[in-house]
Design a protein around this ligand. Structure first.
Ligand code: ZN
Length: 93
């Protein structure tokens, strides 16, 4: 799982808009009818480039069936997502 492009976000403190990017890692798998389901999580931890306030977001997405991305949701803290993450299933064999 990877981000195709950075996510646009807005700082809740100063309203500055900026972009964030991060990597995903597989946190669990589940054997289902059409094969393995992979549960991915990506986290961003940083500071607003304008007001330096700490910001955080955790994004969760599944790959199931293989090659298909199912965006599950995001839990942001200190920022608001201005768009849904653009995700791509990327299977490393
Ligand atoms: Zn800010």
């Amino acid at each position: 799982m990877r981000l195709i492009k950075p996510i646009k976000v807005e700082c809740l403190n100063c309203k500055k808009q900026f972009e964030i990017g991060f990597d995903f890692e597989c946190v669990s798998t589940d054997e289902r009818q059409m094969g393995t389901e992979y549960d991915y999580e990506g986290e961003y931890e940083g500071v607003c480039p304008c007001c330096k306030k700490e910001v955080f977001v955790r994004v969760e997405a599944f790959e199931y069936p293989k090659g298909c991305v199912n965006y599950f949701g995001a839990r942001p803290d200190g920022i608001r997502l201005l768009e849904e993450p653009d995700l791509e299933a990327e299977t490393d064999e």
